[in-house]
Design a protein around this ligand. Structure first.
Ligand SMILES: [Zn+2]
Length: 496
């Protein structure tokens, strides 16, 4: 199934590690684990033309709730406008429907199953992140996060995300200098920090990474955003507070089967309010970029780690299924002096692990050979190009994976012991096959009607996995976490 583009990319990566460039690499004194892995700039790269990079994640943002992806509400006028001035990519598949494996996977361009068993759920120091690559090549690197999960490495050895790897400046604290909480998170807080940083550093070539926790539950934003889309609601108290976790846990424990439609629609309206709040704050950032005169040569990329469910398939929030509401993520790229405007990339399947190789390719840098994604740069400039033709997403909590092709989507739950065993009766069930051309909502399971297609999809899924993961599944070895990881996942509400 790998096509010409995929093969060309692998060939290019291999060529980079031969000849004089590799000799240069050995001589270059780069700090840290990136030393022998980060390749040199591509021969075609022109000095002085390399852009700044501003990479923005919005946690739990499903693509179909943005105006530019066709949503009925105008939740995102700023992002919509940015997409019109750049490139909007459809059919981007998240590596996993949960934060840690997805973000680890995207920023390293490595399969998410490589991070399922990371001690303390942290990013292994041996992995190479985009921040390390850009820092080694002379970009000034800074990150601001309003997520209680996307945090730095703790010197005490206790739980830490390790997301500070490669950043000269890494700030995961709220305006009071304390760690963010689930309720106190605000996009405004980190934009307030990012703008002064830009004002001080805009004369240098930089990489600014912003991890905005909204629209993650709890869905609560300041007015007018909180009352924007369903102001007349006077229903259940915890729904009014936007506390989806409360109901998610009641459903998982069998205390409630589902909410009334009016309650679900209100949670969705509050979620949309958070999107609009975050969109407004991104607008403040874009205004600052224009004011500082760096817009033309700044590559701005907006994406998400995973989506969010509102009873699309019987549940709330994320982590436990692989349906499209949880794994279809947005991808918008804008760079006035380096990218076309008004382009929509459609009819291709893009993986989250392709994002960093694409960014590096646009910036005139090669991706290290250990990266497993493929640059989609050619697709941003021409519609007459074939692409990989499949995408993979993996859900560690239920040990399930999905393989997606233009025609079919196949979901397989592997029969291993589950990380979250009491969820098994509800979510970790069997196999499913959906016709992507005629069943976009994934409602009609055709696995019994087309067993031969399901079998082929499973065979191919196993073939493209890293050998270690394939061996684990063939031996039916359960995913087990170290005690620290379990303790920390419990403290974050992921395990009970
Ligand atoms: Zn997340």
């Amino acid at each position: 199934m790998p096509d010409d583009l995929f093969m060309r990319n692998r060939l290019m990566k291999n060529l980079i590690f031969t000849g004089p460039i590799f000799a240069f690499l050995l001589l270059a004194a780069l700090p840290g684990p990136a030393e022998e892995i980060i390749p040199a700039e591509t021969p075609a790269a022109r000095p002085g033309k390399k852009p700044n990079l501003i990479l923005i994640f919005l946690d739990s943002l499903r693509a179909d709730h943005l105006g530019c992806y066709g949503y009925g509400r105008e939740t995102s006028p700023v992002i919509d406008n940015l997409s019109r001035r750049g490139v909007l990519v459809r059919n981007v598949v998240s590596p996993a429907p949960a934060t840690f494996p997805s973000v680890h996977s995207i920023i390293t361009s490595r399969a998410s199953n490589r991070f399922f068993l990371s001690p303390r759920c942290s990013l292994p120091g041996s992995e190479i992140t985009i921040a390390e690559i850009l820092r080694a090549r002379g970009w000034k690197t800074a990150a601001f996060s309003s997520s209680p999960l996307i945090i730095g490495r703790s010197e005490s050895g206790h739980y830490a995300g390790g997301f500070d790897q490669g950043f000269e400046t890494f700030d995961d604290t709220n305006p009071a200098g304390k760690k963010w909480g689930w309720v106190s998170k605000t996009p405004e807080g980190i934009i307030d920090k990012a703008i002064p940083w830009l004002e001080s550093n805009s004369r240098e070539r930089f990489f600014l990474f912003l991890y905005i926790m909204d629209p993650h539950d709890r869905y609560h934003s300041p007015e007018p955003f909180n009352s924007l889309y369903d102001p007349a609601y006077h229903g259940r108290k915890m729904v009014s507070k936007g506390d989806a976790t409360h109901y998610e846990q009641r459903i998982i424990r069998g205390k409630e089967s589902r909410l009334k439609d009016v309650d679900v629609r209100h949670l969705e309206a509050l979620y949309d309010g958070e999107i609009t709040y975050a969109d407004t704050q991104i607008g403040r950032l874009l205004d600052a970029i224009r004011r500082l005169g760096i817009e033309k040569n700044s590559l701005i990329v907006i994406t998400s780690d995973h989506g969010e469910e509102f009873f699309d398939h019987g549940g709330l929030k994320h982590c436990y299924t692989l349906y499209r509401e949880l794994i279809d993520i947005p991808l918008i790229l804008s760079w006035p002096s380096g990218l076309p405007s008004g382009v929509v990339v459609d009819n291709h399947l893009i993986q989250g692990i392709d994002i960093v190789p694409t960014i590096l390719d646009l910036m005139g840098l090669s991706a290290p050979d250990v990266m497993e994604g493929t640059s989609i740069k050619p697709l941003l400039f021409s519609s007459d190009i074939s692409s990989r033709g499949y995408a993979l997403s993996e859900a560690p909590f239920i040990d399930a994976k999905t393989l997606i092709t233009p025609e079919w989507k196949y979901i397989h739950h592997f029969e291993t012991e589950l990380l979250h065993p009491h969820l098994a009766p509800k979510y970790a069930k069997g196999r499913a096959l959906y016709d992507r051309k005629h069943d976009l909502r994934e409602e009609n399971n055709l696995v019994d009607k087309h067993p031969e297609i399901a079998r082929k999809m499973l065979d191919f899924m196993l073939k493209i996995l890293p050998p270690e993961e394939r061996n684990r599944l063939e031996k039916r070895t359960p995913l087990t976490l170290d005690e620290d990881s379990i303790k920390q996942l419990k403290s974050l509400g992921y395990l009970r």
